[in-house]
Write a protein of this length. Sequence first.
Lengths: 189, 198
Amino acid sequence: MASEGQIAANHRNARKSTGPRSGAGKKRASRNAYRHGLTLSITSSAAYAKQLDRLVREIAGNTEDPILLERARAIAQAELELARVRRVKVALIERASAFGELDPPQAFSSVTQIIRLLNAIDRGRVPSFPEPVDSSATMPSQEPDRSAEAIRRVLPELRKLDRYERRAAAQRERAVLELSDRIKYGDNP
Amino acid sequence: MRRNELTLLPKLPLLITEAADEFDALRDAFEQEIKPRGIIEHMYVHDISSIVWEILRLRRCKVVIINSAFRSALQDLLKQVLRQPGQYEHHVEGEAQILAQSWFTDQEAKKQVSEILSGFDLDESAIEAEAITRSSSDLEVLDRMLTSLESRRNKALGCVAEYRANLAQQLRDSADRIIDAKGVLRLEDAASERSTAA
Protein backbone atom coordinates (compact mmCIF):
# COMPACT_ATOMS: atom_id res chain seq x y z
CA MET A 1 0.00 0.00 0.00
CA ALA A 2 1.29 3.48 -0.88
CA SER A 3 2.43 5.74 1.95
CA GLU A 4 0.97 9.22 2.46
CA GLY A 5 4.14 10.71 1.03
CA GLN A 6 3.83 8.56 -2.09
CA ILE A 7 0.16 9.47 -2.49
CA ALA A 8 1.01 13.17 -2.20
CA ALA A 9 3.81 12.73 -4.77
CA ASN A 10 1.37 10.95 -7.10
CA HIS A 11 -1.06 13.87 -6.78
CA ARG A 12 1.71 16.37 -7.50
CA ASN A 13 2.84 14.39 -10.55
CA ALA A 14 -0.72 13.97 -11.78
CA ARG A 15 -1.20 17.74 -11.68
CA LYS A 16 1.80 18.05 -14.01
CA SER A 17 0.24 15.61 -16.50
CA THR A 18 -2.21 17.93 -18.11
CA GLY A 19 -2.04 16.47 -21.58
CA PRO A 20 -0.46 17.98 -24.65
CA ARG A 21 0.77 21.58 -24.30
CA SER A 22 1.88 22.61 -27.76
CA GLY A 23 -0.66 23.65 -30.37
CA ALA A 24 0.33 20.73 -32.60
CA GLY A 25 0.02 18.28 -29.71
CA LYS A 26 -3.44 19.56 -28.76
CA LYS A 27 -4.58 19.39 -32.38
CA ARG A 28 -3.27 15.83 -32.70
CA ALA A 29 -4.90 14.73 -29.43
CA SER A 30 -8.20 16.33 -30.41
CA ARG A 31 -8.38 13.98 -33.41
CA ASN A 32 -7.71 10.77 -31.47
CA ALA A 33 -11.35 9.77 -31.15
CA TYR A 34 -12.12 10.58 -34.80
CA ARG A 35 -9.53 8.12 -36.06
CA HIS A 36 -11.32 4.98 -34.94
CA GLY A 37 -14.46 6.13 -33.08
CA LEU A 38 -14.03 3.41 -30.44
CA THR A 39 -15.11 5.69 -27.63
CA LEU A 40 -18.66 5.69 -29.02
CA SER A 41 -21.10 3.44 -27.22
CA ILE A 42 -21.75 0.19 -29.02
CA THR A 43 -25.50 0.52 -28.56
CA SER A 44 -25.56 3.84 -30.40
CA SER A 45 -26.28 2.02 -33.68
CA ALA A 46 -29.62 0.30 -34.34
CA ALA A 47 -27.99 -2.59 -36.23
CA TYR A 48 -25.67 -3.23 -33.29
CA ALA A 49 -28.58 -3.13 -30.85
CA LYS A 50 -30.46 -5.75 -32.88
CA GLN A 51 -27.43 -8.02 -33.17
CA LEU A 52 -26.79 -7.55 -29.46
CA ASP A 53 -30.34 -8.61 -28.53
CA ARG A 54 -30.12 -11.77 -30.65
CA LEU A 55 -26.81 -12.71 -29.08
CA VAL A 56 -28.09 -12.03 -25.55
CA ARG A 57 -31.09 -14.29 -26.17
CA GLU A 58 -28.82 -17.07 -27.49
CA ILE A 59 -26.53 -16.82 -24.45
CA ALA A 60 -29.26 -16.53 -21.83
CA GLY A 61 -31.71 -18.98 -23.38
CA ASN A 62 -35.34 -18.73 -22.25
CA THR A 63 -34.57 -17.35 -18.82
CA GLU A 64 -36.42 -14.33 -17.47
CA ASP A 65 -33.91 -13.90 -14.62
CA PRO A 66 -32.92 -10.21 -14.97
CA ILE A 67 -29.46 -10.76 -13.47
CA LEU A 68 -28.73 -13.63 -15.85
CA LEU A 69 -29.96 -11.50 -18.75
CA GLU A 70 -27.77 -8.61 -17.63
CA ARG A 71 -24.72 -10.87 -17.50
CA ALA A 72 -25.50 -12.34 -20.91
CA ARG A 73 -25.77 -8.77 -22.20
CA ALA A 74 -22.32 -7.94 -20.80
CA ILE A 75 -20.84 -10.96 -22.62
CA ALA A 76 -22.56 -10.06 -25.89
CA GLN A 77 -21.49 -6.42 -25.61
CA ALA A 78 -17.86 -7.38 -25.07
CA GLU A 79 -18.03 -9.84 -27.98
CA LEU A 80 -19.37 -7.17 -30.34
CA GLU A 81 -16.83 -4.68 -29.04
CA LEU A 82 -14.06 -7.15 -29.90
CA ALA A 83 -15.50 -7.51 -33.39
CA ARG A 84 -15.64 -3.74 -33.74
CA VAL A 85 -11.98 -3.29 -32.80
CA ARG A 86 -11.03 -6.00 -35.33
CA ARG A 87 -13.03 -4.24 -38.05
CA VAL A 88 -11.28 -0.95 -37.26
CA LYS A 89 -7.88 -2.64 -37.43
CA VAL A 90 -8.60 -4.08 -40.88
CA ALA A 91 -10.06 -0.78 -42.09
CA LEU A 92 -6.91 1.09 -41.03
CA ILE A 93 -4.66 -1.40 -42.83
CA GLU A 94 -6.80 -1.24 -45.98
CA ARG A 95 -6.73 2.56 -45.90
CA ALA A 96 -2.96 2.64 -45.52
CA SER A 97 -2.68 0.10 -48.33
CA ALA A 98 -4.79 2.27 -50.63
CA PHE A 99 -3.39 5.73 -49.78
CA GLY A 100 0.01 4.95 -48.27
CA GLU A 101 -0.86 6.69 -44.99
CA LEU A 102 -3.78 7.59 -42.73
CA ASP A 103 -3.51 11.35 -42.83
CA PRO A 104 -3.83 13.37 -46.05
CA PRO A 105 -0.56 14.94 -47.20
CA GLN A 106 0.08 18.36 -45.65
CA ALA A 107 1.54 21.21 -47.67
CA PHE A 108 3.48 22.37 -44.61
CA SER A 109 4.90 20.06 -41.99
CA SER A 110 5.76 22.82 -39.49
CA VAL A 111 4.86 26.35 -38.42
CA THR A 112 8.36 27.46 -39.43
CA GLN A 113 7.61 26.57 -43.05
CA ILE A 114 4.44 28.69 -42.95
CA ILE A 115 6.36 31.64 -41.45
CA ARG A 116 9.01 31.34 -44.17
CA LEU A 117 6.27 31.42 -46.81
CA LEU A 118 4.67 34.54 -45.27
CA ASN A 119 8.07 36.24 -45.03
CA ALA A 120 8.68 35.50 -48.70
CA ILE A 121 5.33 37.10 -49.58
CA ASP A 122 6.22 40.15 -47.43
CA ARG A 123 9.45 40.54 -49.34
CA GLY A 124 7.46 40.54 -52.55
CA ARG A 125 8.75 37.17 -53.72
CA VAL A 126 6.53 34.64 -55.38
CA PRO A 127 6.58 31.72 -53.00
CA SER A 128 6.98 28.21 -54.29
CA PHE A 129 4.57 25.80 -52.71
CA PRO A 130 6.12 22.44 -51.88
CA GLU A 131 4.71 19.54 -53.88
CA PRO A 132 2.60 17.29 -51.64
CA VAL A 133 4.19 13.90 -51.18
CA ASP A 134 2.18 11.08 -52.73
CA SER A 135 2.55 8.37 -50.08
CA SER A 136 0.76 5.75 -52.16
CA ALA A 137 3.54 6.04 -54.76
CA THR A 138 6.00 4.72 -52.19
CA MET A 139 3.89 1.62 -51.52
CA PRO A 140 5.02 -1.72 -53.02
CA SER A 141 2.78 -2.69 -55.93
CA GLN A 142 2.77 -6.46 -55.29
CA GLU A 143 1.19 -8.53 -52.54
CA PRO A 144 2.01 -9.57 -49.85
CA ASP A 145 4.57 -6.73 -49.71
CA ARG A 146 1.89 -4.06 -50.03
CA SER A 147 -0.22 -5.33 -47.13
CA ALA A 148 2.88 -5.80 -44.99
CA GLU A 149 4.03 -2.26 -45.73
CA ALA A 150 0.53 -0.98 -44.90
CA ILE A 151 0.65 -2.81 -41.56
CA ARG A 152 4.11 -1.37 -40.90
CA ARG A 153 2.86 2.15 -41.56
CA VAL A 154 -0.08 1.85 -39.14
CA LEU A 155 1.79 -0.05 -36.41
CA PRO A 156 1.42 2.73 -33.79
CA GLU A 157 -2.35 2.78 -34.38
CA LEU A 158 -2.60 -1.01 -34.27
CA ARG A 159 -0.70 -1.01 -31.00
CA LYS A 160 -3.23 1.42 -29.50
CA LEU A 161 -6.13 -0.71 -30.74
CA ASP A 162 -4.54 -3.74 -29.12
CA ARG A 163 -5.24 -2.07 -25.77
CA TYR A 164 -8.96 -1.72 -26.60
CA GLU A 165 -9.06 -5.32 -27.76
CA ARG A 166 -7.47 -6.67 -24.58
CA ARG A 167 -9.90 -4.65 -22.48
CA ALA A 168 -12.92 -6.02 -24.37
CA ALA A 169 -11.59 -9.59 -24.05
CA ALA A 170 -11.05 -9.13 -20.30
CA GLN A 171 -14.59 -7.75 -19.90
CA ARG A 172 -16.01 -10.75 -21.71
CA GLU A 173 -14.06 -13.22 -19.57
CA ARG A 174 -15.22 -11.52 -16.39
CA ALA A 175 -18.82 -11.55 -17.62
CA VAL A 176 -18.64 -15.27 -18.52
CA LEU A 177 -17.35 -16.06 -15.02
CA GLU A 178 -20.16 -14.03 -13.46
CA LEU A 179 -22.72 -15.78 -15.64
CA SER A 180 -21.35 -19.19 -14.62
CA ASP A 181 -21.53 -18.16 -10.95
CA ARG A 182 -25.12 -16.99 -11.37
CA ILE A 183 -26.13 -20.29 -12.97
CA LYS A 184 -24.21 -22.24 -10.32
CA TYR A 185 -25.45 -20.47 -7.22
CA GLY A 186 -28.75 -19.11 -8.48
CA ASP A 187 -30.05 -16.40 -6.13
CA ASN A 188 -27.41 -17.17 -3.48
CA PRO A 189 -24.06 -16.24 -4.99
CA MET B 1 -26.91 -25.79 -34.22
CA ARG B 2 -23.34 -24.89 -35.10
CA ARG B 3 -24.38 -22.90 -38.20
CA ASN B 4 -26.90 -20.96 -36.13
CA GLU B 5 -24.25 -20.02 -33.60
CA LEU B 6 -21.80 -19.02 -36.28
CA THR B 7 -24.31 -16.70 -37.93
CA LEU B 8 -24.95 -15.02 -34.60
CA LEU B 9 -21.26 -14.36 -33.95
CA PRO B 10 -19.75 -11.39 -35.76
CA LYS B 11 -17.68 -12.41 -38.79
CA LEU B 12 -13.96 -11.82 -38.66
CA PRO B 13 -13.17 -8.96 -41.03
CA LEU B 14 -10.42 -9.94 -43.47
CA LEU B 15 -8.06 -7.92 -45.61
CA ILE B 16 -9.04 -7.96 -49.28
CA THR B 17 -5.94 -10.01 -49.98
CA GLU B 18 -6.92 -12.69 -47.44
CA ALA B 19 -9.05 -15.69 -48.35
CA ALA B 20 -12.24 -16.31 -46.36
CA ASP B 21 -12.11 -20.06 -47.03
CA GLU B 22 -8.63 -20.23 -45.48
CA PHE B 23 -9.96 -18.63 -42.32
CA ASP B 24 -12.93 -21.02 -42.33
CA ALA B 25 -10.53 -23.96 -42.64
CA LEU B 26 -8.52 -22.68 -39.69
CA ARG B 27 -11.64 -22.24 -37.55
CA ASP B 28 -12.92 -25.70 -38.58
CA ALA B 29 -9.60 -27.21 -37.49
CA PHE B 30 -9.98 -25.58 -34.05
CA GLU B 31 -13.59 -26.74 -33.83
CA GLN B 32 -12.50 -30.31 -34.62
CA GLU B 33 -9.97 -30.14 -31.81
CA ILE B 34 -11.95 -28.28 -29.16
CA LYS B 35 -15.44 -29.55 -30.08
CA PRO B 36 -17.29 -26.52 -28.72
CA ARG B 37 -20.79 -26.89 -27.27
CA GLY B 38 -23.06 -23.92 -26.80
CA ILE B 39 -22.68 -20.32 -27.81
CA ILE B 40 -20.07 -19.39 -25.17
CA GLU B 41 -17.66 -22.14 -26.24
CA HIS B 42 -18.26 -21.25 -29.90
CA MET B 43 -17.46 -17.66 -29.00
CA TYR B 44 -14.13 -18.69 -27.51
CA VAL B 45 -13.24 -20.91 -30.47
CA HIS B 46 -14.09 -18.06 -32.85
CA ASP B 47 -11.89 -15.79 -30.75
CA ILE B 48 -8.99 -18.25 -30.73
CA SER B 49 -9.22 -18.67 -34.52
CA SER B 50 -9.33 -14.89 -35.01
CA ILE B 51 -6.30 -14.38 -32.77
CA VAL B 52 -4.34 -17.13 -34.54
CA TRP B 53 -5.29 -15.59 -37.90
CA GLU B 54 -3.93 -12.26 -36.77
CA ILE B 55 -0.77 -13.89 -35.43
CA LEU B 56 -0.20 -15.43 -38.86
CA ARG B 57 -0.84 -12.06 -40.51
CA LEU B 58 1.71 -10.29 -38.31
CA ARG B 59 4.28 -13.07 -38.73
CA ARG B 60 3.95 -12.75 -42.53
CA CYS B 61 4.39 -9.02 -42.12
CA LYS B 62 7.58 -9.54 -40.08
CA VAL B 63 9.12 -11.68 -42.81
CA VAL B 64 8.22 -9.15 -45.51
CA ILE B 65 9.62 -6.25 -43.47
CA ILE B 66 12.95 -8.06 -43.09
CA ASN B 67 13.00 -9.08 -46.76
CA SER B 68 12.24 -5.58 -47.95
CA ALA B 69 15.13 -4.21 -45.91
CA PHE B 70 17.49 -6.70 -47.58
CA ARG B 71 18.57 -4.52 -50.50
CA SER B 72 19.49 -1.45 -48.48
CA ALA B 73 21.10 -3.72 -45.85
CA LEU B 74 23.25 -5.39 -48.51
CA GLN B 75 24.15 -2.03 -50.02
CA ASP B 76 25.30 -0.68 -46.64
CA LEU B 77 27.25 -3.83 -45.88
CA LEU B 78 28.95 -3.70 -49.27
CA LYS B 79 29.85 -0.05 -48.80
CA GLN B 80 31.56 -1.04 -45.59
CA VAL B 81 33.50 -3.99 -47.01
CA LEU B 82 34.39 -2.49 -50.40
CA ARG B 83 35.89 0.66 -48.92
CA GLN B 84 39.69 0.68 -49.04
CA PRO B 85 41.77 2.45 -46.41
CA GLY B 86 41.69 6.18 -47.10
CA GLN B 87 38.41 5.96 -49.03
CA TYR B 88 35.06 7.33 -47.96
CA GLU B 89 31.78 5.46 -48.41
CA HIS B 90 30.70 7.66 -51.30
CA HIS B 91 33.71 6.39 -53.28
CA VAL B 92 32.23 2.91 -53.39
CA GLU B 93 28.56 3.85 -53.31
CA GLY B 94 27.94 3.28 -57.03
CA GLU B 95 29.60 -0.14 -57.05
CA ALA B 96 27.72 -1.20 -53.91
CA GLN B 97 24.42 -0.05 -55.40
CA ILE B 98 24.94 -2.00 -58.64
CA LEU B 99 26.03 -5.16 -56.81
CA ALA B 100 23.13 -4.95 -54.35
CA GLN B 101 20.67 -4.50 -57.20
CA SER B 102 22.12 -7.40 -59.23
CA TRP B 103 22.32 -9.72 -56.20
CA PHE B 104 18.58 -10.49 -56.48
CA THR B 105 18.60 -11.45 -60.18
CA ASP B 106 22.14 -12.29 -61.27
CA GLN B 107 23.82 -15.48 -60.03
CA GLU B 108 27.23 -14.10 -60.96
CA ALA B 109 26.66 -11.02 -58.82
CA LYS B 110 25.49 -13.23 -55.97
CA LYS B 111 28.68 -15.27 -56.21
CA GLN B 112 30.77 -12.09 -56.33
CA VAL B 113 29.06 -10.75 -53.20
CA SER B 114 29.64 -14.07 -51.41
CA GLU B 115 33.34 -13.90 -52.26
CA ILE B 116 33.63 -10.30 -51.08
CA LEU B 117 31.86 -11.14 -47.82
CA SER B 118 33.87 -14.32 -47.22
CA GLY B 119 37.02 -12.17 -47.39
CA PHE B 120 35.85 -10.74 -44.07
CA ASP B 121 34.60 -14.09 -42.68
CA LEU B 122 31.03 -13.01 -43.39
CA ASP B 123 28.21 -14.76 -45.24
CA GLU B 124 24.58 -14.10 -46.16
CA SER B 125 23.54 -14.17 -42.52
CA ALA B 126 25.40 -10.85 -42.14
CA ILE B 127 22.99 -9.33 -44.68
CA GLU B 128 20.03 -10.72 -42.76
CA ALA B 129 21.43 -9.39 -39.49
CA GLU B 130 21.84 -5.94 -41.03
CA ALA B 131 18.28 -6.10 -42.43
CA ILE B 132 16.91 -7.05 -39.00
CA THR B 133 18.91 -4.24 -37.35
CA ARG B 134 17.54 -1.71 -39.81
CA SER B 135 13.95 -2.83 -39.14
CA SER B 136 14.39 -3.34 -35.41
CA SER B 137 12.00 -0.59 -34.27
CA ASP B 138 9.14 -2.01 -36.38
CA LEU B 139 10.02 -5.58 -35.46
CA GLU B 140 10.00 -4.67 -31.78
CA VAL B 141 6.44 -3.31 -32.01
CA LEU B 142 5.36 -6.36 -34.00
CA ASP B 143 6.94 -8.67 -31.41
CA ARG B 144 5.09 -6.91 -28.60
CA MET B 145 1.83 -7.27 -30.48
CA LEU B 146 2.55 -10.94 -31.19
CA THR B 147 3.35 -11.57 -27.51
CA SER B 148 0.10 -9.90 -26.52
CA LEU B 149 -1.88 -11.96 -29.05
CA GLU B 150 -0.23 -15.22 -28.00
CA SER B 151 -1.01 -14.49 -24.37
CA ARG B 152 -4.65 -13.77 -25.26
CA ARG B 153 -4.88 -16.99 -27.30
CA ASN B 154 -3.55 -19.02 -24.35
CA LYS B 155 -5.94 -17.24 -22.01
CA ALA B 156 -8.89 -17.97 -24.30
CA LEU B 157 -7.90 -21.67 -24.40
CA GLY B 158 -7.76 -21.62 -20.61
CA CYS B 159 -11.18 -19.95 -20.50
CA VAL B 160 -12.75 -22.77 -22.54
CA ALA B 161 -11.34 -25.33 -20.08
CA GLU B 162 -12.48 -23.28 -17.08
CA TYR B 163 -15.95 -22.74 -18.52
CA ARG B 164 -16.28 -26.47 -19.22
CA ALA B 165 -15.11 -27.38 -15.72
CA ASN B 166 -17.66 -24.94 -14.25
CA LEU B 167 -20.39 -26.39 -16.45
CA ALA B 168 -19.50 -29.96 -15.45
CA GLN B 169 -19.57 -28.97 -11.78
CA GLN B 170 -22.97 -27.31 -12.26
CA LEU B 171 -24.33 -30.47 -13.89
CA ARG B 172 -23.02 -32.63 -11.04
CA ASP B 173 -24.52 -30.23 -8.46
CA SER B 174 -27.85 -30.16 -10.32
CA ALA B 175 -27.92 -33.95 -10.51
CA ASP B 176 -27.18 -34.18 -6.76
CA ARG B 177 -29.94 -31.68 -5.98
CA ILE B 178 -32.46 -33.64 -8.07
CA ILE B 179 -31.49 -36.88 -6.36
CA ASP B 180 -31.69 -35.28 -2.89
CA ALA B 181 -35.00 -33.51 -3.54
CA LYS B 182 -36.83 -36.46 -5.07
CA GLY B 183 -35.55 -38.94 -2.50
CA VAL B 184 -34.33 -41.28 -5.22
CA LEU B 185 -33.79 -44.70 -3.74
CA ARG B 186 -30.09 -45.30 -3.20
CA LEU B 187 -28.59 -48.79 -3.58
CA GLU B 188 -27.49 -48.99 0.07
CA ASP B 189 -31.00 -47.84 1.17
CA ALA B 190 -32.59 -50.52 -0.98
CA ALA B 191 -30.31 -53.16 0.50
CA SER B 192 -31.13 -52.12 4.09
CA GLU B 193 -34.86 -52.06 3.28
CA ARG B 194 -34.65 -55.60 1.94
CA SER B 195 -32.81 -56.84 5.07
CA THR B 196 -35.42 -55.17 7.33
CA ALA B 197 -38.25 -56.87 5.44
CA ALA B 198 -36.52 -60.22 5.73
